[in-house]
Design a protein around this ligand. Sequence first.
Ligand code: 5GP
Length: 139
Amino acid sequence: MTAYDTDNIFAKILRGEIPSTRVYEDEHAIAFMDVMPQAPGHVLVIPRQGSRNILDADPVVLQNAIVVVQKIAVAVKEAFDADGVYVAQFNEPASGQTVFHLHFHVIPRHEGVPLKPHSGTMENFDVLKANAEKIKAAL
Ligand code: 5GP
């Protein structure tokens, strides 16, 4: 498997080298708004420790990350009055992975409302910020 690249875009977000709209952080992981949301409230959870994806991740890092995923899932469900929450995670390009730092997509879902395409349209910054505030209020 290709080695983890410390210059991937999420590693840069972790180091604060490029901006992100954060909703949560602790010693294990951070959560921020996806810039091309598949639905309003689409959040990405990434462990602080770098791995390419689930295949090369430390099991302890995975354990800690999934607790944050749960926390965010509960918050987005409440913040967007959702009927359900979609959690997705891709490993290697063949599966749809485009950014090679382990991440979990957490997306509120409403009955009968389809998801927008994966990596579709860039959302307006003010909309992302407003959605982040809703999630933070629910945390
Ligand atoms: P993947 O296909 O690797 O599972 O998903 C990568 C996700 O990262 C996509 O949903 C895409 O919209 C999102 N993304 C790509 N670049 C950036 C960025 O610079 N900032 C943020 N917040 N999200 C990004």
